[in-house]
Design a protein around this ligand. Structure first.
Ligand SMILES: [Zn+2]
Ligand SMILES: [Zn+2]
Ligand SMILES: [Zn+2]
Ligand SMILES: [Zn+2]
Length: 173
């Protein structure tokens, strides 16, 4: 990774000065830097000889990079690779699974119920099979009252229809 710049007159992408001399420059992200100028965007520590992570042409040391990561809303670990976003939260692809059959729903259509629990479409339909419409909705018109109050209430326990929410699949890297 580290070598003297191939052509004289390479400019350091950080300070703009020429990079001259053996061992004073390094290249990263297709740019040339002085070894001392190649530092973590967040904490400023020198990244020479250390693993670093590049995001949008900026370099970060490993601890700072991990700090910028979103954590999985299932296992609370930082998400190092692909982020799966759904229902406004971030997940590891393997952590995003159906609460009923536990299979990973990475790339598979899913839906959530009123409590934001993730279901595969199959289990969702099994669990929330449409009610027999008309049973719960039956009303008891009281005779002689002119129908006052006849339409009040739909009966207890009527499952609310939940519209399938499609997840938004985004990936990084
Ligand atoms: Zn420099
Ligand atoms: Zn840092
Ligand atoms: Zn996870
Ligand atoms: Zn399932």
């Amino acid at each position: 990774m580290e070598y003297s710049p191939p052509i004289d007159g390479c400019r350091c992408s950080s300070c703009g000065e020429n990079v001259v001399g053996e061992g004073t420059g390094c290249t990263a992200m297709d740019q040339v830097f002085h070894v001392d100028c190649f530092t973590c965007t967040t904490c400023g520590s020198k990244l020479r000889g250390k693993p670093f992570y590049a995001m949008e042409k900026k370099a970060y040391c490993e601890p700072c990079y991990v700090n910028t990561l979103e954590t999985c809303s299932v296992c609370s670990q930082p998400i190092m690779e692909r982020i799966l976003r759904a229902t406004g939260k971030a997940y590891h692809p393997h952590c995003f699974s159906c609460v009923v059959c536990h299979r990973s729903l990475d790339g598979i259509p899913f839906t959530v119920d009123a409590a934001n629990q993730i279901h595969c479409i199959e289990d969702f339909h099994k669990k929330f099979a449409p009610p027999l419409l008309g049973v719960w909705g039956a009303h008891h018109a009281r005779p002689g009252t002119g129908g006052d109050g006849a339409h009040r209430g739909a009966g207890p326990g009527l499952p609310r229809a939940v519209l399938p929410l499609r997840g938004l699949w985004l990936s990084t890297l």
